[in-house]
Design a protein around this ligand. Structure first.
Ligand SMILES: [Fe+2]
Length: 329
């Protein structure tokens, strides 16, 4: 074992949930010997409680436990955004194929059959621990980008809260037009991250209290590509990058950076483009006051008539505002 591996293993925490005391103590002994910190639960409800209190890196669940069984616990953990990436191992009877099928449906990552072979237990936990540490590293890289995006926004007081509003409006429009959960997730993160590339735009341009010169606008227009390049190494942002790169594209080809037309503009970027324009218009700027909801609505509809936005998406967005109680007429 290398030094770095042993460090990783020492830091990891494993939950063993089983109603049989002898199995709990056997697993604890084996895993503690490998350097893991072991936490214990003797039924399903206790397992959920231990998870929320101790945030284990790997969770071992006996399928048959009194009250809430292992499958129920697994289903709940995989439905909760805070724990859905935590590896879950279901411990099943040797021949119980139906348990395994239901376990896969519940989102289990691995299975161990009873009687559990000590080598197999230790190898499984070791590899899942490594996987969890990689997931955590990716998560924290993404969190760093989110922080960067909000920091950039904070440089310009006139845009305060813009990213959060964009995330909220984008998700609402996505839901209204029936997009799946993974697109709604990308819209949320894209709303926050869409302008992260402004980190590469000088303050003199970003914070200029007035219209930009042609040369300054050229600098500003680089932000989608800078943002896309920044986020490229992160696999977890794969679905968010088209939003970052293309939220200033327009269906008639008048946008940037690619001058894309029609369906070539990714759908999620079209959505963020619409809500971005609306939010910019209804926000105060140093060189003009905030437009009223009526004026912003008129402007958006005009953009749709010119062929820059899809009319049905603009209308669906205005409907979501009306439903949310924001006056639009
Ligand atoms: Fe932008």
């Amino acid at each position: 074992m290398t030094d770095s591996t042993s460090q990783i293993l020492r830091r990891s925490r494993v939950l063993v949930a089983d109603d049989t005391e002898s199995i709990r103590s056997l697993f604890r002994k084996l895993l503690t010997a490998d350097g893991h910190e072991v936490v214990i639960a003797s039924d399903g409800l206790a397992a959920l409680e231990v998870v929320s209190r101790h945030r284990p890196d790997v969770i071992l669940l006996d399928v048959s436990m009194p009250g809430l069984d292992g499958l129920d616990v697994c289903r709940r953990l995989k439905a909760d955004p805070a724990t859905r990436l935590t590896p879950v191992v279901l411990v099943t009877g040797q021949t119980d194929l139906s348990d395994r099928i239901r376990g896969l449906e519940a989102g289990a990552d691995e299975f161990l059959s009873k009687p559990v072979h000590p080598h197999e237990l230790r190898a499984r936990v070791r590899s899942l621990t490594r996987m969890k540490h990689l997931i955590d590293a990716l998560d924290s890289a993404e969190a760093a980008f989110m922080t960067l995006a909000l920091t950039i926004e904070a440089r310009d007081p006139s845009t305060n809260g813009h990213c959060e509003r964009l995330a909220e409006h984008g998700v609402r429009l996505g839901r209204a037009i029936g997009l799946p959960a993974e697109d709604l997730d990308a819209l949320h993160r894209g709303g926050i991250l869409h302008d992260v590339g402004k980190v590469g735009v000088p303050d003199a341009v970003l914070l200029k209290p007035g219209p930009l010169t042609a040369a300054e606008f050229e600098l500003m227009k680089r932000h989608p590509e800078i943002g896309d390049t920044l986020c490229a190494p992160l696999q977890s942002l794969r679905r968010v990058r088209p939003i970052i790169l293309s939220h200033h594209e327009r269906l008639d080809g008048s946008g940037y950076p690619g001058g894309l037309r029609g369906d070539d503009v990714p759908l999620l970027a079209q959505i963020v483009g619409i809500v971005d324009v609306y939010d910019a218009l209804t926000s105060h700027r140093p060189y003009r006051g905030a437009l009223s909801a009526e004026e912003a609505t008129r402007h958006l509809m005009l953009e749709a008539e010119k062929g820059r936005f899809a009319r049905h998406y603009v209308e669906a967005f205005l409907d979501t505002l009306a439903l949310a109680g924001t006056p639009v007429h």
